[in-house]
Structures are given as C-alpha cells and as structure tokens.
Design a protein. Structure first.
Length: 233
C-alpha cells in the first residue's frame, strides 16, 4: 500500500477519535502547517488534517514557510526532513524562538538514528518514518496543538504581567522591588526617605495594578518578571 493510499484509507472513525483527543479552549481554529516538497504528500496530509477538524496550510519548501507570518493561534509544524532548499533539521534550527509555541513533528522516508536524535534534541515531539499510520500522526498533532495552546497561554499571561508592571510609576516599582525582597514597610520608608503611610499607599496601588491577590502572589509575579533575581544580587 502506498503512502497516499494509507492516508486516504485512514480518514474514518479512528481518525476522528484521535482528533477528538485534542483539547479545546482557545477560540481560534488551530493550524497545522505542512512542509513537504512532494505534492501528493502535501495533498494527502491536507485532506487528512482537514478531515480531523483542523486547518492545514501547506508549503513546498522551507523558505516558503519562513516567508509566512507567524500565527497567533495554536499551531504545529509537520516537517519533512529532505527538502530542496533548507532541509528539515536546518529549518528547525532557523526557526528557534521565532515560532514560539509551534511544536515540530518530523516525517521522513529514510530516517536514521543520528537524524532522529538530532531532531528530538532540537525539541521535536515526534519523528515518523513514511509510510506511517495516520492515527500516529493525528495523535502527535493533537499533542503538539495542546502543547502549543499551553505555550501561547503562558505567553499571553507574561505579556499581561509585563503590561501591568509597565503601568507602575517609578516610585511604585521601587516599592514593589523592596517589598518582594522582603523589606518591611518601615524599612522601605527609611530606604526611600518617605513616610510609612506613603509606603502603604504605594503598596496598595502596586497590588491593584499588578492584580496580585496576596504578597506571595506578588513575589511570584516578580520572579516571573526576573525582578527577584536582580534584587537578590
């Protein structure tokens, strides 16, 4: 059975079951990018991915893919190793952090141990050798999209955290830095040359603007922003 026939015959109930395991949550439809220089493979994968309920976008080369805009929705990349310009491993290295939250699933017609190890060390979540079971690919795509959704959610949280911190006045930032470093209100007042009442007022504004529920919550926020480590130096 050919690779194309295998994919065509695997778009039945089993495929739907595999696809349904992909978690939902974000409003935007997930995108599965496919980079493969074989036109028949691209068409077959597009049919398979569409039948599973995801949106497929296909490219014949790594450079075509790199020219496309980064999506703001959960996504993953199904990537052939052998490509005409940059090969799959080179594209993986080129992507780096430019496509944050886009896990890679490698597919190849001639996999070997060194290539597989290099791909997995580079962060790939799966390495499949053609012809492969369609359910194996759909399982990997479901896992990749779940990972992408989590990563994008964390990225959104960090962006909001940075925006909240940027909204603080210079004095409020000083008070926050001192508070998360463990300084008492009286000590902060002495450090900054202001009254303890003023420190309490600034501290209250910091908590509201940062949307912190408690002091430990504020300390965790500071750690995520990299402020705690700077204060400890």
């Amino acid at each position: 059975m050919s690779y194309v026939e295998l994919l065509s015959r695997s778009t039945g109930p089993g495929t739907c079951n595999a696809a349904s395991s992909a978690p939902a949550g974000l409003c935007a439809s997930p995108i599965v990018f496919v980079v493969d220089d074989d036109d028949s493979v691209r068409r077959s994968l597009e049919l398979l991915i569409d039948a599973a309920g995801w949106r497929a976008e296909t490219f014949a080369s790594a450079l075509d893919f790199l020219a496309s805009p980064r999506p703001l929705t959960p996504s993953c990349l199904v990537l052939d190793v052998a490509l005409p310009d940059l090969n799959g491993l080179e594209l993986q290295e080129r992507i780096g952090n430019r496509r944050f939250g886009m896990p890679i699933i490698f597919i190849t017609g001639c996999g070997d141990v060194p290539t597989t190890v290099r791909a997995m060390k580079g962060g790939a979540i799966e390495f499949l050798t053609k012809p492969f079971c369609a359910d194996a690919l759909l399982d990997a795509i479901g896992q990749a999209l779940a990972k992408s959704r989590t990563a994008l959610g964390e990225e959104d949280e960090m962006r909001l955290l940075q925006e909240h911190h940027a909204s603080l006045s210079p004095r409020e930032r000083e008070v926050m830095a001192a508070v998360v470093a463990g300084r008492l209100n009286k000590q902060v007042a002495g450090d900054l040359g202001i009254s303890e009442i003023t420190v309490k007022a600034h501290r209250g504004k910091v908590m509201r603007k940062m949307k912190a529920r408690s002091l430990p919550d504020l300390v965790n926020m500071a750690a995520r922003l990299g402020l705690a480590s700077r204060n400890d130096r």
